[in-house]
Design a protein around this ligand. Structure first.
Ligand code: GDP
Ligand code: MN
Length: 378
């Protein structure tokens, strides 16, 4: 789950990380009032679940409340990487002497939180990684011991030479690690971590993703979810109890079980196709879920063929078949549907489908190949 910069900054503040004060506005007048209250220069910042806002024109410096209002007017309603800006953060502008990068993510290979820090901050860290990998220091933390003081010091020392700055950054490393663990983050990033001309180290940007699987035990964090800022298909899928991830291909996939869904996507690739999504309708028997799945898949204009791959265990094939028929009555489905069903109540399912004019198969390879071919022909 992604959260907004202003929310991530709240989590950082709670952990003790120095963050400039600010508040969020939804109108230019609100932005003006906040700028007046803060006094001096402010930065008006688009709040969308995306980085690269600066380059897109979503981060603007204002030297007066009126200027803050006019920047807010320009930024609100803007689209950044396909996401509409509905809120701006108005925050005290800082003078910057240097910009560094500090991030923690989960390293899959070692299954540990991994720090990545670089004195080349402010820019895309992927770019630094590609062009100047030596400028990045990585540190994997053993979660049993947490970040040890000498490790925090080592990271800070990689970024700064001034003892006062190293000391402040050492504290920030520990605070960021605590925030990462306490909020079950999958990613926590400060880019840039700045040094001001008088030597203060501060976080002026914050980017945090929360591990969704942990939300059940983090009710306060779950409240930070902004449904309005998420892609509509993902919201719809979550409401319907489906696991859905949008991808860039043209074969829409509807599968029961995460393992089978992965295998199906692999097979689509094997036959030269590209999946348009990962979608797991889960193990329950519920035609409504199938209807919701088809609504979500068909809303994606890239989808040129729809592939069902159902292994009936707890899921009953006849329920899925009923869902497909019901969906085809309720919504207009343009792309051809290719269906593979096998297992519990397979015979009933095939009957329901053939009565409704669908054909279904039981072999996995043939249907995947067929779906890939149909998508390619479209
Ligand atoms: P991002 O582009 O989405 O990562 O947004 P950031 O919050 O990182 O802002 C982008 C850039 O704007 C930063 O790297 C800074 O160079 C600049 N910027 C942001 N806030 C301030 C500020 O308070 N003062 C100054 N001088 N520049 C800022
Ligand atoms: Mn940034």
């Amino acid at each position: 789950m992604d959260i907004h910069e202003y929310q991530a900054k709240e989590l950082f503040r709670a952990a003790g990380i120095p963050v400039p004060p600010g508040r969020v506005a939804t109108t230019p007048d609100e932005a003006r009032a906040i700028a007046e209250e803060l006094g001096g220069s402010v930065v008006v910042k688009a709040q969308v679940h995306s980085g690269g806002r600066g380059k897109a024109g979503g981060v603007k410096l204002a030297t007066s409340p009126d200027e803050a209002a006019s920047h807010a007017e320009a930024i609100l309603g803007m689209s950044i990487r396909g996401l509409e800006v509905k809120q701006v953060l108005v925050t005290v502008a800082e003078d910057i002497a240097s910009e560094a990068y500090v991030g923690i993510l989960v390293d899959r290979a070692t299954q540990r939180p991994m720090f990545m820090v670089s004195a080349e901050g402010g820019v895309d860290i992927e770019e630094v990684a590609a062009t100047n990998p030596d400028a990045i220091r990585k540190l994997r933390v053993d979660p049993r011991y947490g970040l040890l003081p000498h490790q925090a010091y080592g990271l800070a020392n990689f970024l700064y030479t001034d003892p006062g700055q190293v000391k402040q950054a050492t504290r920030i490393m520990a605070q960021l690690y605590n925030a990462f663990v306490e909020n079950s983050c999958s990613m926590a990033e400060i880019n840039p971590l700045i040094v001001t001309p008088n030597g203060e180290v501060k976080a002026i940007d914050a980017k945090v993703s929360i591990d969704e699987s942990a939300l059940f035990r983090l009710p306060e964090v779950e409240k930070l979810r902004d449904l309005d800022a998420e892609p509509p298909a993902e919201t719809r899928a979550r409401e319907a109890g489906l696991s859905f991830v949008k991808l860039d291909g043209n074969v829409g996939c509807c599968v029961n079980g995460a393992g089978l869904a992965m295998a199906t996507m692999d097979l689509v690739k094997t036959y030269g196709g590209e999946p348009a999504n990962f979608l797991d309708i889960g193990g329950s028997s519920n035609p409504d879920k199938v209807v919701a799945a088809l609504e979500i898949i068909t809303a994606d204009p890239n989808v040129k063929a729809i592939l069902f791959n159902i292994f009936g265990g707890i899921t009953r094939c006849d329920d899925v078949a009923r869902g497909i028929v019901e969906a085809s009555n309720r919504i207009r489905i343009e792309p051809p549907i290719v269906i593979r069903l096998t297992g519990t109540n397979e015979a009933e399912a095939l009957e329901i489908l053939s009565e409704a004019g669908f054909s279904a198969f039981t072999g996995m390879d043939e249907v995947v190949q067929k779906a890939v071919d149909l998508a390619a022909q479209a």
